[in-house]
Design a protein around this ligand. Structure first.
Ligand code: HEM
Length: 418
């Protein structure tokens, strides 16, 4: 039986309760998906969405198991649900795993070679050196509001920081870093009715900018990551070495700029919303700043900025007594995993003192977030600097606006009153 016919048959077998429908593109669900995710975990731990033809795992243990098995759950066709092509490999002329040129969309061994290389450029020295710059940026964007009545915490402050830091690491001049974020946000925007001229323009401008910069560093290397990537040597399986090509450096540059900006901005936005919603927790952080690193982990667990990682299933697999046929799409709901009562006591309680040693919000296995240490540093410093200036604030949650992308979830506008 071919894969497509098998899926049609299974669509009947993997039946969720009639009133349980999880549509990842539904804006109303996206506002608060936790009720539906809880029902998926309890009532349909292997869920199948017939219209969009994808399966979903929502329990912590299942998401972790699948994340570790990259042979079965491949990233080589992308990790964005709507972009994965489910044509069987036999019907694809070239199934080599570098269609996007980005390591996040590759499987080992190609992925590992690139990851090793970029890990060398992404040194602890470079990340640690950003601490002072992060504090200086916080002062620059927060101090003007000290005597004011309020501001947009994300738009006026938090969204700028991650893009400026990753930009600084890569070597983007300070005056251009915010523009790259604006283009990047547009590029990530989910547009169900076709790509808008505004988004197209942003993609073209971003590409042209990055290409100019890579060309410049080819001619004039500096002390930055783009220059490091151009100079780095990749060791092939046979032991020979080669340099990254122009397109490969461009792919890295784009990946790091995008992956490093939007997700972290959403984390910081969640911080402002959740701490206003839980003033008792905020008061604990003001009184005991040493709790801040744990509060960052709790924020990540409680509201995952990147709650869905999609995979292409390479062989028939069993989940909860049902078969997922080869060539299916599978969504790993890391956002749901963070609220799984099977893994976390009182999972729906936001507790900055929670005692836990892991969550899946940075992914798991070979694709574990490369920027996790940077995101953690940003989360910690931004919270410390915010709380030091503003021990209390309110958020009008009716005015909070959420990101409209299919991969990232979190606030883009958070009006705070002081
Ligand atoms: C709160 C902030 C962040 C969150 C929630 C987050 C989340 C994730 C997740 C879930 C993955 C795994 C994707 C998968 O399994 O398909 C990932 C991978 C990745 N992240 Fe992050 N990320 C964050 C910040 C950053 C930052 C600051 C950078 C900056 C460089 C970054 C760069 C990357 C890269 C390059 C990968 C691909 C790693 C690989 O394929 O080996 N991320 N991230």
């Amino acid at each position: 039986m071919n894969a497509r016919r098998a899926r049609v048959r299974l669509a009947v077998v993997v039946a969720a309760p009639a009133d349980l429908a999880y549509d990842p593109y539904d804006e109303a669900i996206d506002l608060d998906p936790h009720g539906i995710w809880r029902r998926l975990r309890d009532e349909a731990p292997l869920y199948y969405h017939e219209q969009y033809d994808f399966y979903a795992l929502s329990r912590f243990a299942d998401v972790m198991t699948a994340s570790l098995d990259w042979q079965t759950y491949s990233s080589a066709r992308g990790t964005v649900l709507e972009l994965i092509d489910t044509t069987p490999p036999s019907a694809v002329s070239d199934d080599s795993s570098d269609v996007f040129g980005m390591m996040i969309f590759m499987d080992p061994p190609g992925h590992d070679d690139l990851r090793r290389l970029v890990s060398r450029a992404f040194t602890p020295r470079r990340v640690a050196a950003l601490e002072d710059r992060t504090r200086a940026l916080c002062a620059r964007f927060l101090d003007p509001h000290r005597d004011g009545h309020g501001f947009d915490y994300v738009e006026d402050f938090a969204a700028k920081i991650p893009a400026m830091l990753i930009g600084a690491l890569l070597g983007v001049p300070a005056e251009d870093q915010d523009q790259l974020r604006i283009w990047g946000d547009l590029l990530m925007r989910f547009e169900p009715d076709g790509i808008s001229p505004e988004k197209l323009d942003a993609i073209t401008s971003l590409n042209a900018y990055l290409a100019d910069m890579v060309t410049d560093r080819q001619r004039h290397p500096r002390d930055d990551m783009v220059s490091d990537l151009l100079a780095a040597e990749l060791t092939r399986e046979d032991g020979s070495t080669r340099r990254l090509g122009f397109d490969e450096v461009m792919a890295f540059f784009t990946l790091l700029q995008l992956a490093g900006s939007e997700t972290t901005a959403r984390l910081l936005g969640w911080g402002a919303v959740l701490l206003a919603r839980h003033p008792d927790q905020r008061a604990k952080l003001v009184a005991t700043p040493e709790l801040v690193p744990n509060a960052v982990e709790e924020l990540l667990r409680y509201e995952a900025p990147s709650p869905i990682q999609a995979r292409f299933v390479t062989r028939d697999v069993e989940w909860h007594g049902q078969t997922v046929p080869a060539c299916s799409k599978l969504a790993l709901l890391t956002g749901s995993a963070g609220r799984d009562e099977r893994a976390f006591a009182d999972a729906d309680t936001f507790d900055v003192e929670r005692d836990f040693d892991r969550h899946l919000t940075f992914g798991y296995g070979v694709h574990f977030c490369l920027g996790a240490s940077l995101a953690r540093l940003e989360g910690r410093i931004v919270l410390e600097e915010t709380l030091a200036r503003f021990p209390r604030w309110d958020v009008d949650e009716t005015a909070v606006e959420m990101a409209r992308t299919s991969t990232v979830r979190g606030p883009v506008h958070v009006p705070v009153t002081l």
